[in-house]
Design a protein around this ligand. Structure first.
Ligand code: PEP
Ligand code: MG
Length: 756
């Protein structure tokens, strides 16, 4: 069964669109379960009806037409109850509703299971039998398993808005995808797909501009690929047996007009560009081979893929035209490197969306630095179909909307307008003090990683750097940078902000932050070898880095060193010991440097409960609330599936933050916060009231927070704090703070996530 299941899932996953996917699904399930009918009904939320979308066994004419109301019939009941119904005589079930046009009267037994994705009922998968006998428990279990596995495919196909035919959705349907917020802001524009030249499956759909020309290009490419294969075959004649040589002939013939070549030509005649047509045809053949029972024939799938890649290379050689960037470009990709982002003309780039990646991937950090709304980790995003499509990137919520309706578009446009107005207002406070109306002063620092951040930070009037993520310059290299190289990079940061302080965090790799030249592969990376754990195990890396920092600070004396992911006091002591050693070495080498303050990040629960012990040993504490939230709530900060559970507003997080600030105060140790929550104006006020007088955030948030500080008296912030600390629910806290901000005339700062 497991094998059958795997094959069905594979085949359905590989289908080019929902229509094919559903067809494959009903066909294969019927075969596997030896039933007389297998059908899929999908719930069209716009009509609140279940529509028969595919069937094997019922009348084909009914597909796309037969439908049932939301709670109608057994299908409706399965959806409503969100559990299977297994009835040996469907007609005698009180909820039975006969769909005449399907011809289902012959079938007595009914088994329906819901298709659910992320708690949402998408439809019902049904099998039926002629005889009045209940389906077995194992039938039921099989169908439930198939449905659970296939719900993702259906959800994604539906979400693309490109479901073809069947009248279920128009191609222009609005579709929404959830990912993870990478950089805040809203971008509205046209999807431009970036895909590596070596992956045929990522080639997008595009309309051929000139069909005759496209055919010419295609024929040239096919011819060139055939010639290549001929030369390879010729060169290898001596070493090949007759069987292998014959195989080359087969490949050459496959590219002919009466084989795969012809099929591609037909697609191009239909309007698809050559690369897209190639992808469609090759994928279908690969799928066909992969489904073969015979292992030898299954292996041939790899050959067809190879053929496809050869032709693709030829097509791309023709395709010298420079990329035409739409006026408002939304860069869409499976995975992006920073350099690809930097290639797009800055004035045209309004958004970035990737399937891979996380909030902390280098690309996301760069996008944040550049102020480009970004969504990462949009798993299942059908990128090939987003080329040329109108998209909205909601970098606040981590959502991507394709084909937005006029209303939705208007909603997002108004947010962009508000942001623009706000930006103008905010310019006016760049050089103003960050003081509350009743005189309470707050220090606002920035988080940096790139030199680009420095310029932005200085323009925004940052009073220092609360977190310089040193792993970022490490990520742009192909080996560990030398001590000298590091010193020169660090010097730039220190010099740019001097005499203001710059807090340099020692290398924080592991978890989701990896270096290509120092891969860490672990089952559970967030609970594994991360941050200080790595560098203490590699004192040679740690010492070089600290020495570079110290040397870079000569004459500037504005360095602070901060240790990430510390979970035991012993780690802090060991690191301090190494830092002192590095300091003595640097002095011995003749540098005139002062010993910098050393602090630890509080980002794991154990550090919260030992905040006082840490405060006794180090010069400062800084809360890394991004990780602290993740570890306190046991929610992976980069996993879109549980993104709805990740709340820095959570009462448990707020209580932990209170413990830290109170414990640090007992030792008179300064404490700041450098997680993303410090950049949320409402939360920033709560943190200030708690006792955090130094907040460090991304440069793009700084002025918003300063605005809130200058508007709201400390006494009022205290009341907000008291109120939220009495609440037991993150959502309520969030809404309450947003409401409170709006009442203060700070509605413009409400996160768009709450503007429904
Ligand atoms: C944090 O965890 O809050 C933090 C500031 O560090 P990073 O986001 O780089 O892990
Ligand atoms: Mg962290």
């Amino acid at each position: 069964m497991l094998n059958t299941l795997r094959r069905i899932v594979q085949e359905v996953n590989a289908a080019p669109d929902l229509e094919v996917a559903l067809d494959v699904m009903v066909h294969r399930v019927k075969e596997a379960m030896k039933t007389q009918v297998t059908s899929v009904y999908l719930l069209d939320y716009s009509q609140n009806r279940y529509i028969l979308m595919a069937t094997k066994g019922l009348r084909q004419e009914a597909v796309g037409k037969a439908s049932l109301g939301f709670s109608e019939g057994l299908v409706g009941q399965v959806g409503l109850r969100e559990e299977p119904i297994n009835s040996e005589k469907a007609a005698s079930h009180p909820k039975f509703r006969f769909l005449e046009e399907t011809g289902e009267e012959e079938f007595e037994a009914f088994l329906g299971v819901p298709i659910i994705h992320h708690r949402k009922v998408l439809g019902v998968l049904v099998v039926q039998h002629r005889e009045a006998r209940a389906f077995s428990q194992s039938d039921e279990a099989f169908l439930v398993t198939v449905s659970a596995q296939l719900s993702g495919v259906i959800a994604h196909a539906e979400a693309t808005g490109v479901i073809k035919g069947l009248g279920f959705h128009e191609t222009s349907a609005v579709a929404k995808f959830t990912g993870v917020a990478g950089a805040s802001g809203i971008g509205i524009g046209t999807g431009l797909l970036y895909y590596p030249a070596t992956d045929l499956t990522l080639v997008p759909d595009k309309k051929a501009k000139n069909i005759a020309k496209e055919l010419e290009v295609l024929n040239d490419a096919l011819e060139a690929a055939r010639n290549d294969i001929k030369s390879i075959a010729k060169a290898a004649t001596d070493s090949l047996g007759p069987e292998e040589s014959a195989l080359f002939d087969v490949y050459i013939r496959m590219l002919d007009d009466n084989a795969i070549g012809g099929e591609i030509v037909e697609k191009v005649k239909g309007g698809q560009w050559a690369q897209g047509a190639l992808r469609e045809v090759i994928s279908a053949h690969v799928r066909g081979f992969e489904m073969m029972e015979d292992p030898y024939l299954r292996e041939r799938a790899a050959d067809v893929k190879d053929l496809g890649l050869r032709v693709l290379t030829k097509l791309q050689e023709h395709d010298h035209a420079p990329i035409e960037y739409p006026e408002f470009t939304i860069l869409v990709a499976d995975e992006l490197t920073t350099s690809v982002i930097l290639e797009v003309p800055r004035e045209k780039l309004v958004g970035v969306v990737t399937v891979q990646g996380s909030t902390n991937s280098h690309m996301a950090i760069v996008a944040r630095g550049m102020g480009i709304p970004t969504v990462v980790g949009a798993v299942g995003l059908p990128i090939a179909q987003l080329q040329g499509r109108e998209l909205v990137v909601d970098g606040y919520r981590g959502e991507v909307i394709s084909n937005p309706s006029a209303e939705l578009r208007g909603h997002y446009e108004s947010i962009i307008e508000e942001e623009k107005e706000l930006a103008v207002d905010l310019e006016g406070i760049v050089n103003k003090e960050s003081v509350m109306p009743d005189g309470h002063e707050v220090t606002l620092w920035v988080n940096t990683g790139l030199m680009a951040d420095v310029v932005l930070s200085l323009n925004r009037g940052a009073a220092g750097v609360g977190l310089y993520r040193t792993e970022i310059p490490f990520m742009t290299q192909d080996r560990f940078p030398s001590e000298e190289e590091q010193a020169s990079i660090y010097r730039q940061q220190l010099a740019a902000f001097a005499p203001s302080p710059v807090t340099m965090r020692t290398l924080d790799i592991g978890g989701d932050k990896s270096l290509s030249y120092f891969p860490i592969v672990e089952e559970n990376p967030f609970l594994g070898w991360r941050g200080i754990r790595v560098t203490l195990d590699h004192p040679e890396i740690f010492m070089v880095q600290v020495r570079a920092m110290l040397k870079a600070s000569e004459g500037l004396d504005n360095l602070r060193i901060m240790l990430p992911m510390v979970s035991t006091v012993f780690e802090a002591e060991e690191a301090m010991h190494l830092i002192h050693r590095a300091y003595l070495e640097v002095l011995e080498e003749g540098f005139h440097v002062v010993m910098p303050p050393v602090g630890v990040m509080i980002e794991v629960p154990s550090a919260v409960y030992q905040a006082r012990e840490f405060a006794q040993r180090v010069d400062f504490l800084s809360v890394g609330s991004n990780d602290l939230t993740q570890y306190l709530l046991a929610v992976d900060r980069n996993n879109p599936r549980v993104a709805g559970l990740y709340h820095s507003y959570h009462p448990a997080v707020l209580q932990a933050l209170k413990i830290v600030v109170d414990q640090a105060a007992l030792e008179n140790t300064p404490v700041s916060i450098c997680g993303e929550m410090a950049g949320d104006p409402g939360l920033a006020l709560v943190l200030i009231a708690m006792g955090y007088n130094t907040l460090s955030m991304s440069a793009s948030s700084l002025l918003k927070v300063k605005w809130a500080i200058r508007k709201v008296p400390f006494s009022r912030a205290k009341v907000l704090l008291e109120d939220v600390m009495s609440m037991d629910n993150a959502e309520v806290i969030r809404s309450y703070l947003d409401f409170a901000m709006a009442k203060q005339g700070l509605g413009g700062f409400v996160r768009p996530g709450n503007r429904n």
